[in-house]
Design a protein around this ligand. Structure first.
Ligand code: CA
Length: 227
């Protein structure tokens, strides 16, 4: 059902970019590449990657700053730092800046791809298996249920997909168009359909659906989740 996951490669060395994007495409991932930090941050915003490979030594800025910016954009996207430096202090700084893993060059592409797979699995499990609390509602994405004030309701598969999208981007505005693309896989239908859908979901999750506290409207844009 889901198309190949998108991996963003932020790296300025052409041979490295080519090697990585080839290896990722071979594994069935969709690889997009940026050669500067600035371009990487912009692509992360437009492509919403499932994982980022980030070189530390970039022409315009250092990878630590890029890492922190990526983290501001997404609390959850897995980030693997690629670096020629192998110093302990750099590893710590990278992990502190929000990276999930750190690979020192030269590395084996096979091992890197295995780390990519492992981090993507971990990210998926975190979203799928955990019971999540949204305000007073207890949501189980696996069981597809929401319980509020002792009353349990089922969630449709679209509602589960939407919640998964929101939970991956907590506190961030998600546009109607993106909701349509990511949840329904179409762009053509009227984006107002999303609004009606949200109204129904709020009734399941919000104690006061008319004055929502958690699934908030971002006027002229879309919605955001604030647990
Ligand atoms: Ca570099």
């Amino acid at each position: 059902m889901a198309p190949g996951k998108t991996i963003l490669v932020i790296e300025d060395e052409p041979a490295m970019v080519l090697g990585l994007t080839d290896a990722l495409a071979f594994e069935g991932y969709r690889a997009v590449a940026a050669t500067t930090g600035r371009q990487g941050v912009a692509l992360a915003r437009s492509e919403v990657p499932d994982l980022v490979l980030l070189d530390l030594m970039l022409p315009d800025t250092n990878g630590f700053e890029v890492c922190a910016l990526l983290r501001q954009q997404s609390r959850t996207v897995p980030i693997i730092i690629l670096s020629a430096r192998g110093q302990e202090s750099d590893k710590i700084r990278g992990l502190d800046a929000g990276a999930d893993d750190y690979v020192t060059k030269p590395f084996s592409v096979g091992e890197l791809v295995a780390r990519v797979r492992a981090l993507l699995r971990r990210a998926e499990r975190a979203l799928e298996l955990d019971a999540v609390r949204i305000g007073d509602a207890e949501v189980s994405l696996e069981a597809r249920t929401v319980t509020l004030d002792g009353r349990q309701e089922d969630l449709s598969s679209y509602e589960v997909e939407l919640l998964r999208l929101f939970l991956g981007r907590v506190g961030q505005a998600v546009s109607r168009d993106e909701i349509l693309t990511r949840v329904w896989g179409v762009q053509a239908i009227n984006s107002r359909a999303v609004d009606n859908f949200i109204v129904k979901l709020r009734k399941k999750i919000e104690r006061t659906p008319d004055r929502p506290q958690h699934i908030l409207t971002v006027y002229g844009h879309g919605y955001k989740l604030v647990p």
